[in-house]
Design a binder for this molecule. Structure first.
Ligand code: KMH
Ligand code: ZN
Length: 305
């Protein structure tokens, strides 16, 4: 693993997993998403991960004008790295998802390293009524949804990143995805060093346990030696335990309302910034590490700036 004395905190401000009924604090409009990202950066996030939503209904969309609006507002108000998603939302095609890279040419974007079942339907049991019509159907349809990232898709996606100078953050939902990355490195399609994000606790991916995180890091060490760095997403209540483990191991952590709605058990987070502030405290107090600034993050990851 690559050494870095500082810890990079990313914040995923809205995502495409949670639906508006689940929290009144989930940002929906481009203005709200941008403001949450700016506040998260102020609290210590050096990377802000961005999805966009339909401004009326909150449904995830791949509307490039909204992505552009959010990116421009964030960049005009802070120097955090704006990292758009290429994972998009359930039901979007791979072409729709990737179009943000050639259109915005961001410094960095997420890049999903393999296909998985991606179940959200288990969340249905928590709600009797939804505010918007699409929400219940969106969650229920995930029972039959494959989050598609085939080898052929990766053969198109990865060169698109390189062509536009966009650094891929490799989203790894299970151990096999590390071997997919290794395959792409060996074929010369994926340049090193890699920045890997372990996504743990998605229904369809690896479970969110301490033992699994150790295993993922061990396998990455075997495959990539000192040519990788990593960050961790622990879905839901696993956000802070796994984030703290990650930063204690010399890695990095992602928090945010995309991944987790609660500041602590039974208490909704009122903003993304609150989640970032908590991760900053844990990083300093438990792991004894300082937080990387956006400039330090850019330098470490070799972003084009
Ligand atoms: N939605 C997360 C489970 C992406 O947007 O491309 C992981 C993620 C990937 O944020
Ligand atoms: Zn995302």
């Amino acid at each position: 693993m690559r050494d870095f004395d500082k810890s990079i905190i990313s914040c995923a401000v809205t995502g495409a997993i949670h639906v508006p009924t689940m929290s009144p604090h989930l940002p929906i409009t481009a203005e709200e998403i941008a403001q949450e990202a700016i506040d998260a950066a102020e609290a210590g996030a050096s990377i802000v991960h961005v999805h966009v939503r339909d401004e009326e209904t909150g449904e995830p969309t791949s509307d490039l004008d909204l992505f552009r609006d959010v990116a421009e507002t964030v960049q005009a108000n802070c120097d955090a790295v704006v990292q758009p998603t290429t994972g998009g939302g359930h039901g979007m095609s791979v072409e729709e998802r990737i179009s943000v890279v050639p259109e915005l040419e961001p410094e960095m974007a997420s890049c999903n390293m393999g296909s998985i079942n991606f179940g959200l339907y288990q969340l249905l049991s928590k709600f009797d009524e939804f505010e918007y019509e699409w929400e219940e159907e969106y969650l229920a349809n995930s029972r039959d949804y494959v989050f598609r990232n085939t080898f052929e898709d990766l053969e198109t996606i990865l060169p698109t990143f390189e062509e536009h100078g966009t650094m891929p953050e490799l989203e790894v939902y299970d151990v096999g995805h590390l071997y997919n990355a290794k395959h792409m490195v060996d074929r010369g399609i994926l340049p090193t060093p890699l920045h890997i994000q372990f996504v743990m606790g998605i229904h369809g991916g690896i479970g969110a346990t301490a033992k699994n995180l150790n295993h993922l890091v061990d396998v990455a060490d075997d495959l990539f030696g000192d040519e990788f760095s990593f960050s961790v997403i622990g879905a839901g209540r696993h956000e802070f335990p796994l984030g703290t483990q990650a930063v204690s191991m010399g890695g990095n952590a992602r928090v945010g309302l995309e991944d987790n709605l609660f500041l602590e058990r039974g208490q909704l987070a009122e903003s993304n910034a609150e989640l970032v502030e908590k991760m900053v405290r844990l990083t300093r107090e438990v792991a004894g590490r300082e937080i990387a600034t956006p400039a330090e993050t850019r330098e470490f990851l070799g972003l084009k700036g």
